[in-house]
Every structure is written in C-alpha cells, then in structure tokens.
Design a protein around this ligand. Structure first.
Ligand code: GLU
Length: 480
C-alpha cells in the first residue's frame, strides 16, 4: 500500500513551507487510496516548545488534512513521537554495529574542532572519516554513535529533480545517535520510514544534498529506498531567496487568525510549486486529490505572493456563499466582528454579511469594514467637504442636498427596491451625478472609506438610524 508521511519538528511555528510538505503527501496518499501518516520528529530537545504538537495537529485538522495514523488516532506502528521510539533506534543502531558499519565516537568536541581548523588551514575539505578513531570503545548511551561511511559514486532518481548523482566526497561518517541517546534526524527518519512502511518521502529540497549519506545507510541495512520527492523552495516575494520570517510571511496560524479560510490556504499552497497545466486557479480538496500529479511539481523555487493568497481567499468567500448560502459563511465569522457588534443579534449580522461578503478579502475585514452598522460613527465634516466628488459644493448646498434626501427617504418604503427607486428619483430631481449624491449620503451615514451599494446599506441600517444620522450630519455641517 502507498504510504506517505508528514514529519514535522514541533518548533512552535508552522511555516508556509512546512504545511506544503503536508499537503503534497496527503494528496498523493488519498489519490492512491493509500495512507497518510503524521509523525512528530521531536528528538531535538533543545528546540522543544510547549504546545507545538497541538499546534501542528490543529493546523492539519483546520486544513482538513486528517491523518490515518499518528498522534491521537494511533496506528499499527505506534508510537508516532520519535522521543518515544528510542529503543527502536537503538536496536537498529546495534544492527549497524554488528555489521561493522557504526562505531562509538568518544572524541571530545574541541578535538573535532581542531580537525576542522586543520582542514581549513590546509584548504582541504573537512571529512570526519579521515579522523576516524582507531580503537573505538564499545558503544553505550552517553557516547555518540557514528556511521562508517562507504564513500563511492552514487546515483539515484528523484521524482521531481530527476536522475541525480554524487561522488564520494560528499559522504561522511555522520552521527546516528547523539550523546543524549537520541537519534539524529539523519538516522531516525530512515528507521521510521522503514518500520512504518513509508513508500514515498515528500520533503523540502534542502534534504537533497544529504541523500548520498542516506543511501549509504539504506544500503548498509539492506533497506529499500522509498520514492524520493523533493519539493522546491518557497521563495520570498521578490523571488530572489528562500521565504523567511523577515519577508513578512506569517505562520499558518496567523493567517488563520487573520481570517484566511482553510479552503483558500489549501488551494493556495497546493498551487505553490504545482499546477495541472490549465489556467484554473480555484481547486477544492477533492479537485486537488483528483488532479494532483507528482510529475507536475515544478523543480524551480515558487514565489510566495500574499496578494494572490488574499485574492484566492476572496474568491473562496464568494464561492461559499454562492454554493452554500450566507449562513454557511456566517458560521465561520464568529471571531471576526468588531467589538461594537457584540450585542447585536445573529439575524442583523447576517444581513450585514449578506451585503458585504463580496468585498471581503479576509474575514477579519469585517472588523474594519462594518463598525458603522453597529454603532454611530464619529462625525467628521471634512470627510464630506474635502471629498473629491463633493468639494466643489458649498456647505449650504451640501446641507440642502441632505435635507432633500432626508425628506424623500422619510416617505420611502424601507426595502432595497423601494430605496433604489427613491434614490434614483432623488438623482433626477437634484440633477446631481450618482458619484456626488450617493457619496454624500454614504459618508453621512457611515463615515467609512467605502460601503456596500447605498440602497443595501440603507436597507440594513434601517429607517430610524439612517434619518437620524443624516440629520446629525446636517446639524454638524451647519455648525461647521
Ligand atoms: N523533521 C523534518 C523537518 O521538520 C522533516 C523532514 C522530512 O520530512 O523528512 O524538516
């Protein structure tokens, strides 16, 4: 059976690239009716961060990437935390010792540093195998265990990068087990992938340079090498170098808190380094499972473009309303309303959402775009008098226009159609352009840089609020 895995280290920060390393193996497994495994690579105790595993689990669940085996759900190859698998690594380490392919290395670190310095002063590459201790002691916990390299030309196939080769100069006596008794990534992942029956390894291209060393370990242990799928780097917005925190790239959790929908995140990240050869930009998880193919993963780095993510999120917001109705979107907006909305009922908030959703890029836009639906805005006459459509009018003209508007609206029925008709009548009576008249009314009721269509905004605000705000503005202009 095809088995893939996502093997994150719980460092407390889930980078965009980490998640893409979960999405691709998930899609590959689901497409083949295989299994997707979650394994927590927590052997570097110095990097341990409280709560980091829960963050990983919650992020995967949020994205809909349910794992078939791993923490919480268990599975036949438990435990799925490397820190709980020490005995397994030690048993495999002993196999290598028995094969004379691993040795205990008591060399102190300052001596190792001297070897390094020696090589750099002689301008020769530092390879530990040239300093292998002559009579290593028997291995026991507390002493690092090293692999005994078998340097020779190696060739292999990477499903993305193609046919690869490497010479003996990159193969060395790498550490398998550290002095604290825990394995290095280099050793642990090989043992885990073998014991968990992983058939496809999907990981960042940064592991490519270590692959010759891994191949030597597979060979020494007579293990089959899983298919290797190296994912291209994710580059910063300028495309020059790897995406880093300094590029302003947020963690996945921050994007969630900022109101990015999981569907959009999944969609965006899946297409960061993969395409199906068409112009299509919107994919559901089911589409991705059906269409994903390893041979269309690109080899060059993929540029992270937050504007595109926001655009896709806006598309997803509309798609959810179009396909499932406004209630479906509303149920996801709980954390995103402004403070002022707290005491308002669901029905009213739903009305607001139904007229504004198609302008949202993120759900958090609700916080900044809807305040005036819930509380009277601060009046700022200059927003009117300095507005580019309105500044040519005198304050007397503006006040007179608003009085006309208030009088007409007072007699109007209060639904979208009736309001549209009243506003159109007002336009022809005053002989003003829509940009002028409607901006004046819009600003007077909202004092916001923008609002949904005017007739809809007024319909939701209600007659009393609309008229009261128009009158307050008239008074404010007169007292200006
Ligand atoms: N623990 C490694 C990381 O977080 C995983 C690499 C792999 O997928 O094998 O980068």
């Amino acid at each position: 059976m095809l088995k893939t895995r996502f093997a994150p280290s719980p460092t407390g920060y889930i980078h965009i690239g980490n998640v893409r390393s979960a999405i691709y193996p998930y899609l590959i497994a689901k497409q083949a009716n295989g299994k997707f495994i979650l394994r927590i690579e927590d052997t570097d105790q110095s990097r341990y961060v409280e709560g980091a595993t829960e963050l990983i689990e919650n992020t995967l669940k949020w994205l809909g990437l349910d794992w078939d085996e791993g923490p919480i759900v268990g599975g036949p190859d438990a435990p799925y935390f490397q820190s709980e698998r020490k005995a397994i690594y030690h048993a495999w380490a002993k196999k290598l010792i028995a094969l004379d392919r691993a040795y205990a290395d008591p060399t102190p670190s300052d001596t190792i540093q001297e070897y390094r310095d020696q090589c750099s002063s002689q301008k020769i590459p530092y390879l530990y195998r040239n300093f292998r201790p002559e009579n290593p002691p028997e291995w026991h916990e507390g002493i690092p265990l090293r692999f005994k390299a078998d340097p020779k030309p190696r060739t292999w196939h990477d499903e993305v990068m193609g046919d690869m080769e490497a010479g003996p100069e990159v193969q060395d006596d790498i550490i398998l087990i550290k002095a604290d008794g825990l394995p290095t990534y280099n050793f642990a992942h090989i043992v885990d992938d073998a014991t968990m029956g992983i058939t496809h390894i999907c990981r960042g291209v940064e592991y490519l340079s270590s692959t010759p060393n891994y191949l030597a370990i597979y060979e020494a242990l007579s293990l089959n090498v899983p298919k290797l799928i190296s994912l291209p780097h994710i580059l910063g917005p300028t495309g020059g170098k790897k995406l880093g925190k300094r590029d302003g790239a947020k963690s996945v959790d921050e994007y969630r808190k900022d109101g990015i929908l999981p569907e959009a995140m999944l969609n965006y990240l899946a297409c960061l380094g993969w395409n199906d050869g068409t112009e299509e930009e919107i994919y559901t998880k089911a589409d991705l499972v059906a269409k994903f193919s390893i041979n269309r993963i690109q080899t060059s780095g993929a540029r992270f473009d937050e504007t595109k993510l926001l655009w896709q999120n806006g598309q997803w917001i509309r798609k959810i309303v179009d396909e499932q109705g406004v209630d479906a979107l509303y149920s996801r907006t709980t954390d995103f309303w402004p403070e002022s909305a707290q005491t308002c009922d669901d029905a009213y908030k739903k009305q607001v959402l139904s007229i504004i959703y198609d302008r949202l890029k993120t759900l958090a836009d609700l916080r900044t775009m809807t305040d005036y639906f819930f509380t009277d805005p601060d009046i700022d006459v200059e927003l009117i008098t300095k507005n580019k459509f309105l500044k040519k009018n005198s304050e007397e003209e503006l006040s007179a226009l608003l009085q006309d508007a208030a009088a007409q609206l007072e007699d109007s029925d209060w639904d979208e159609d009736a309001l549209q008709t009243t506003l159109n009548q007002l336009l022809s009576q005053t002989a003003k352009k829509p940009a002028e008249l409607f901006s004046l009314i819009r600003i007077s009721v909202s004092y916001a840089p923008f609002s949904p269509a005017l007739h809809q905004t007024l319909a939701v605000l209600g007659k009393n609020t609309t008229l009261a705000r128009l009158r307050q503005t008239i008074t404010a202009i007169e007292n200006h």
